[in-house]
Design a protein around this ligand. Structure first.
Ligand code: SF4
Ligand code: SF4
Length: 185
């Protein structure tokens, strides 16, 4: 067991002022000698770490059509129940349904990424973009048009924002690769 013996305060320490000045001196010394790690958010943003879960987007296929086939798997698995989908008849011959309404409530979402994992069509993904600040709750509900417009990929492309890997890709790499990356190896 470690015992700490407190020395009785000297007269100067009991006056407090010299100690306050000494503390301010330490602050000033660090101000000019230590590097500044502060990020001036929101003007500056840290680059997202690989696998960061940010705002969602919906992908398009090579013909520019939404990849989503309105199967409801993402909304079924969503633990926060924040995905609302309404399906309609498909104008395309290769699928039965398309989403006519696809909404995600970004304030309710917990950014777990399960929707991305569950999707059988690789139609929904979480980007590395932080949630955009809104000034009313209604704007936090992202609809089909916005989710499709937010897609950073060209139609039919794969996700190629530098440094970003989807949750599935990270899991395929295995825990060893993930630990090595976190350690900076
Ligand atoms: S990230 Fe998780 S909580 Fe958010 S919509 Fe997807 S499944 Fe739901
Ligand atoms: S995004 Fe994927 S999982 Fe969700 S309804 Fe569309 S196809 Fe199904």
């Amino acid at each position: 067991m470690r015992t700490v013996n407190f020395e009785p305060l000297t007269r100067a320490e009991r006056m407090y002022l010299p100690e306050i000045l000494r503390g301010l001196g330490t602050t000033l010394r660090h101000l000019f000698t230590k590097p500044n790690f502060a990020v001036q958010y929101p003007e500056e943003k840290r680059p997202p770490v690989p696998g960061f879960h940010g705002e969602h987007y919906l992908k398009k296929d090579a013909e520019g059509r939404p990849k989503c086939v309105a199967c409801f798997l993402c909304s079924t698995i969503c633990p926060a129940r924040c995905i609302h989908i309404e399906a309609g008849p498909s104008p395309y011959p290769d699928r039965d349904k398309v989403p006519v309404k696809f909404e995600i409530h970004m304030l309710v979402c917990i950014y777990c990424g399960l929707c991305e994992e569950a999707c059988p069509c690789d139609a929904i993904a979480l980007s590395p973009r932080h949630f955009t600040v809104v000034d009313n709750r209604q704007d936090a509900i992202r609809g089909l048009d916005r989710l499709l417009a937010d897609c950073p990929e060209p139609p039919g492309g794969t996700f190629r924002i530098p440094g970003h890997r989807t949750r599935n890709e990270l899991m395929n790499e295995g825990p060893t690769a993930d630990l090595a990356r976190r350690a900076g190896a």
